[in-house]
Design a protein around this ligand. Sequence first.
Ligand SMILES: Nc1ncnc2c1ncn2[C@@H]1O[C@H](COP(=O)(O)OP(=O)(O)OP(=O)(O)O)[C@@H](O)[C@H]1O
Length: 370
Amino acid sequence: MEINVTRRQGGFLVDATFGGPASGVTALFGPSGAGKTSLINMVAGLVRPDAGRISVNGLCLFDVERRINLPPEKRRIGYVFQDGRLLPHLSVRANLTYGMHRTPAERRFVTFDAVVELLGIGHLLGRRPARLSGGEKQRVAIGRALLTSPAMLLMDEPLASLDASRKSEVLPFIAQLSRAYAIPILYVSHMMDEILNLADHLVIMDSGRVVASGELQELFSKPELQAHIGKENFGSVISTVVEEPLDASGLTSLRFGEHVLKVAAVPAGRGAPMRVRISARHVAVARQAPALTSFQNIFSGKVVQIGYGGESHVDLLLDIGCLLWARITRKSFLDLGLQEGQAVFALIKSVAVKTIALETPPSRFCRGSR
Ligand SMILES: Nc1ncnc2c1ncn2[C@@H]1O[C@H](COP(=O)(O)OP(=O)(O)OP(=O)(O)O)[C@@H](O)[C@H]1O
């Protein structure tokens, strides 16, 4: 995915350049008014950039110099809006098949039955949209976009209109979607929790510009991006696999590199990929390994960077076999006499680790290839 566009709209300038993998979920993250919707509308062909180039999977969608501007219907893009936008006079079945019949049969690689099964909407097929809940409407909207067998899916805050319980109902379907079909998803959100559940790649936007773009785990841990990501989100994201789903002490063991991280029990099979998020606030530091402690996770490592933190705290980047941020009070920092290069122990409470299951691809949903 290569995007390099500028567009002036009123007093606002979108000037965005980024590249991303043509697979998995790329999250477009930024505050309200950052230009996220404007950008994906340019990708969809709903809005024309003033200049630049957009290409996806080797297909050039827009190139001002070569005078290429594919109309939306030629872009093979599925778009899921915030509010679903189902056709009210049609049944769920007819809404689902609406775009499917416009895609030539030889180009279809997504089948009706597989989508209905994946999204769990078989019992809704005869209903009209007015008789669906918010979460059901969004699942149908996702199914409709998917059934056009798109080369790419654009999702503009598809969970924004849902309450927390509906969100958690739809989120796993989206996560599964990106793995079931090899379709890249550009996912707009300003909710970091959603992004941590879904995205592999992160693009941070602010005031019409791309502030940073890269692999989620890497960007998430950059202190200079803290202001954009949100102070409360500051910490580390680590990729692990489940080593022992339930050990004798009732905890789950997750492996990363040479280490095992103990977390509160999660329902996952051995070998399942698991992303963990450890807030810097939940990492304590000691010069010596504590003997009797409630910390289940004690890793030896060293201080690789001392960040500025704030008046009352200091952020430390630790190397424990992977990079880990710890936020401690300035008083503790001074009491411990910490310096860069110093050997320390990182202490992490099991119950403070947030786990996010990244499932393996259920390939049965895919028929043939694109
Ligand atoms: N057609 C338009 N004409 C003029 N200004 C526009 C137009 N469309 C959007 N804007 C302005 O462009 C800016 C970016 O809007 P955009 O909807 O892309 O932001 P966003 O990041 O998607 O925000 P949100 O998260 O609130 O949906 C805003 O200042 C908006 O007012």
